[in-house]
Design a binder for this molecule. Structure first.
Ligand SMILES: Cc1ncc(COP(=O)(O)O)c(C=O)c1O
Length: 364
């Protein structure tokens, strides 16, 4: 059966070669005589898998040696709480930029544990831009940004300068979309289900000096030290997602790393944004300089809300029937959204633009 072009925001497309390799190894991984799903996490083959996953992501992201790399569970959403629990501990305050739904959720969890200072918000214009930073607190325990706003379609193409305050980035939907200077951050975290593999594993990268801030008495599973001291194997890790994560990292390495991914992502995004900017029916609501390479929300120029809703539904239904699936916008914002992560081939975006041109001709 033919595979569709899947524009889902996550879980999302995986490279076909990765899926094929996983299929080949499904029943029997190398000489182990077992599937990775059946294997003890304390076995030699699995120890090699998790060590390989870590070595490859360190290489692909150029993660310096003074950072821990952890594979955790609970998604990026658990990080929203673990971060303040572990690191909002000196002055019990943190700075946040408020740039969309996920930034808001991270902020709400931090608020449960200390005082949160909003140093910039783009809520006034429906999150369509990235705010200037004003009133940053040099005494804040950390400064949090959402690097790529999955729902709203903005991305920090340059990283804010926050002085000596540790910078924490939610990179769930932007990880490895382009090169990122890890050394600018104290902590980075990402749920895997966009650019890293299937859901079930969360990548967390922590500068080692941050570990000194972790207070005593935290529940073991919520303490980063537990996971760092046990090489992410304090309890049974999500073995199969980690194996898939490793295969995706091999694919990224073989593709030429983040520089090559960036070249391709820019080409794909430009094709779509150029069309949106020239279309008489569709447009991007996002300010040009901060448009995401990964998530492209778009609307129609129809202003009557009922007609616009009907047109959106028609678009989503017809695109779906044409094998371009999951193009509905997030339920909180409506409209449409094309998520064009690393694994989306150029041909997928070309097919989408051709479909949109045709739809425009028939519905204008
Ligand atoms: C930027 C961002 N942060 C956090 C999350 C939540 O991730 P999870 O579902 O892994 O908890 C998402 C999910 O889409 C996201 O896009």
């Amino acid at each position: 059966m033919k595979r569709f072009y899947n524009f889902s925001a996550g879980p999302s497309m995986l490279p076909e070669s990765v899926l094929r390799k996983a299929a080949d190894e499904m029943l029997c991984y190398e000489a182990s005589g077992q599937s990775v799903m059946e294997m003890s996490h304390r076995s030699k083959p699995f120890e090699a898998i998790i060590a390989g996953a870590e070595a490859l992501v360190r290489q692909n992201m150029a993660i310096p040696d003074n950072y821990h790399v952890l594979f955790l569970q609970g998604g990026a959403s658990l990080q929203f709480h673990m971060l303040p629990l572990n690191f909002m501990t000196l002055n019990k305050k943190a700075d946040f930029t408020l740039t969309g739904t996920w930034a808001q959720k991270a902020l709400e969890e931090a608020q449960k544990l200390g005082s949160v200072n909003v140093v910039g918000s783009s809520k006034d214009k429906k999150w369509s831009y990235l705010p200037e930073i004003t009133g940053a607190d040099p005494e804040a325990d950390y400064f949090h940004i959402c690097y790529n706003n999955t729902i709203e379609g903005t991305q920090y193409h340059s990283i804010p300068d926050v002085g000596n305050v540790p910078l924490i980035g939610d990179i769930s939907s932007g990880v490895l979309s382009k090169q990122l200077d890890v050394s600018r951050f104290a902590v980075l975290y990402a749920g895997a289900q966009k650019n890293l593999g299937p859901s079930g594993v969360t990548l967390v990268i922590i500068r080692k000096d941050m570990m000194e801030r972790i207070p005593g008495g935290l529940p073991a599973m919520l303490n980063y030290k537990t996971h760092a001291d046990n090489q992410s194997m304090y309890n049974t890790p999500p073995c199969y997602p980690i194996y898939m994560f490793k295969l995706v990292q091999e694919w990224i390495r073989d593709m030429g790393g983040p520089e090559e991914l960036y070249r391709q992502n820019e080409q794909k995004a430009r094709l779509l944004y150029d069309f949106l900017d020239s279309s008489s029916l569709f447009f991007s609501p996002v300010e040009k300089s901060v448009r995401s390479l990964m998530n492209v929300p778009f609307l129609t120029t129809e202003t009557d809300p009922e007609k616009a809703d009907a047109l959106n539904k028609k678009f989503v239904k017809e695109s779906d029937a044409a094998g371009l699936v999951n193009l509905a916008g997030h339920r909180s914002v409506g409209g449409m959204r094309a998520s064009i992560y690393n694994a989306m081939p150029l041909e997928g975006v070309e097919a989408l633009v051709a479909f949109m041109k045709n739809f425009e001709a028939q519905n204008s």
